[in-house]
Design a binder for this molecule. Structure first.
Ligand code: ADP
Ligand code: MG
Length: 509
């Protein structure tokens, strides 16, 4: 972060009030560099990775320059996906919260035309759209750009990758000649460079070398695992990792729902996020993840593009990404806004070559992730069961229950341990797995390509050291008992509902 303050950058007073209300303290590097350029009215070419704060970098200065007395579109932002359009629109809304008359409108495909038409008619100073739908409106004459003073291409490389480049150029060509233009991109492939040369005359270039900065705050792990053991490995990871919210990446839409169903059956608050869901469902899912109603989202790359949910502490790459750039975007879903995050990659023996590719791309090492041993896992489960029980010691019904059970014990000549055991078996019957009776088995895992990795990690990662490496789930678990106390599991007949996992409890801090 720069030492400069937002106020020094020359932003409009009401914009400054809004960002101080949001709690931003200092501008991020891209903001410190881009804001003065955009405030001056110059064109800008911004090259920066995910999570560097690009939205505010263009939204704050452009908002400072709009004419709030007119409802005509003055700023148009193009984004590759609907999610991103909504997110950027929300950001504009928050940055303009101190404006008297302000309207921002996201427009994207998959949503009915009619409400968009109505909203466009009502007027909005800022339009945030996906290229296809924006072009549709332009061609129908329902979106007019005569008064447009600024155009922003956000995530230009992604728009190129998604095949939007022709649409983007058509829109660029339809904007007034004197319109200010800014292009943001994580990478600068030739085609983007060409667009910039054609449409962004005299653009000032701002480059934030944050390929490694982005993953700096994210610790990266990889777990070699046989393909048929991935689900087992994942459920163990989720059992021991103290995550707040987690995003799990898979390759296909079908896999998002399959895996969501499986994790849901294991008691997780989980939802799929893919392009097959309708817009409303997708928005709801992101909202649920933000609010804590859901803790896990299973997503494809496209559906999760640009997703900005600060409570995501863990990114799990259940399937390897298609390329290292996709990987960087994926792990950029955590470590947002200066927080730390953790990324775990499952690799099957066939996919080992990914490790070095990704280490090179992120310029940082991948540590071997150590699954907890069966004994550790068993201990954790027992501790959780115990804290579940202890949570009921203060229950107002306890005295009555004790009297009842005392009576039963006496009449049947049973001791109280036997009574308790019978109750516990009842719990298990109602909710299999509620009682940690079965010792978990060891998960066979392939080694991480010994030929390639061991020499580089001299002294590290020896089998004997395995256990020490990674048991974050066990740390701080001592606090579990009390935390659990605030939330006794709802009991139906005789069983705790689900197995509250460590993190369900953690969330309640
Ligand atoms: P990018 O578009 O570069 O991926 P975003 O604009 O989505 O990044 O910003 C990432 C996160 O950082 C958001 O949660 C945003 O609210 C936060 N953020 C942006 N600028 C600042 C700042 N100056 N101080 C603190 N947080 C910020
Ligand atoms: Mg962005």
């Amino acid at each position: 972060m720069s030492t400069q303050s937002f106020a020094e950058l020359g932003l409009d007073a009401s914009v400054l009030e809004a960002i101080s209300a949001i709690g931003y303290e200092t501008p991020s590097p891209i903001q410190a560099q881009a804001i003065p350029i955009l405030l001056k009215g110059d064109n800008l070419l911004g090259i920066a990775q995910t999570g560097t704060g690009k939205t505010a970098a263009f939204a704050l200065p452009l908002l400072s320059r709009i004419d709030a007395t007119s409802n005509a579109p003055q700023i148009l932002v193009l984004t590759p996906t609907r999610e991103l359009a909504i997110q950027v629109a929300e950001a504009f809304n928050s940055y303009a919260s101190h404006f008297r008359n302000f309207h921002v409108l996201p427009i994207y495909g998959g949503q009915d035309f009619y409400p968009q038409l109505k909203a466009l008619k009502r007027g909005a100073q800022v339009i945030v759209g996906t290229p296809g739908r924006t072009l549709d409106h332009l061609r129908r004459g329902t979106l007019k750009l005569d008064a447009l003073s600024a155009l922003v291409l956000d995530e230009a490389d992604e728009m190129l990758r998604m095949g939007f480049i022709d649409d983007v150029e058509a829109i660029l060509a339809a904007t007034p000649d004197d319109c200010q233009r800014a292009l943001f991109s994580a990478t600068m492939p030739g085609q983007i460079r060409k667009v910039a040369q054609t449409y962004l005359s005299n653009a000032q270039e701002v480059k934030i070398e944050s390929q490694t900065r982005t993953v700096d705050r994210i610790s990266q792990f990889m777990l070699p695992v046989y393909a048929e053991r991935k689900l087992d490995a994942l459920t163990r990871i989720l059992e021991v990792e103290p995550f707040d919210a987690s995003i799990i990446f898979v390759r296909t839409k079908a896999e998002t729902t399959l895996l969501a169903d499986k994790l849901s059956a294991r008691g997780h608050a989980v939802a799929p996020l893919n392009g097959d869901l309708n817009q409303r469902q997708r928005e709801q899912t992101v909202e649920d993840l933000k609010s804590g109603k859901k803790d896990i989202v299973i997503a494809t790359d496209v559906a999760a593009r640009g997703l900005d949910v600060p409570r995501i502490t863990h990114v799990i790459n259940y399937d390897v990404p298609y390329d290292s750039e996709a990987y960087i975007h994926r792990v950029g879903r955590t470590g947002r806004a200066g927080r730390t995050g953790k990324a775990i990659l499952l690799v099957t023996p066939r996919e080992r070559s990914w490790l070095r590719t990704l280490e090179r791309a992120t310029n940082s090492p991948m540590e071997a992730y150590e699954l907890p041993s069966p004994a550790d896992l068993q201990k954790l489960r027992e501790q959780q069961f115990e804290s579940q029980l202890l949570a009921f010691v203060d229950d107002p019904k306890l005295a009555k229950a004790m009297a009842l059970l005392d009576d039963i014990a006496e009449r049947n000549d049973m001791d109280i341990a036997m009574i308790a055991g019978a109750l516990a078996c009842g719990m298990e019957a109602a909710q299999p797995g509620a009682l940690p009776l079965e010792q978990p088995s060891a998960l066979p895992t392939p080694s991480a390509s010994p030929k390639q990795r061991d020499p580089r990690r001299s002294g590290g990662g020896r089998p004997g050291e395995k256990r020490r490496g990674h048991k974050p789930g066990f740390k701080g678990k001592s606090g579990y008992r009390k935390e659990g106390g605030s939330r006794p599991p709802r009991t139906g007949g005789g069983g705790g509902k689900g197995k509250p996992t460590a993190r369900q409890t953690d969330r309640r801090r």
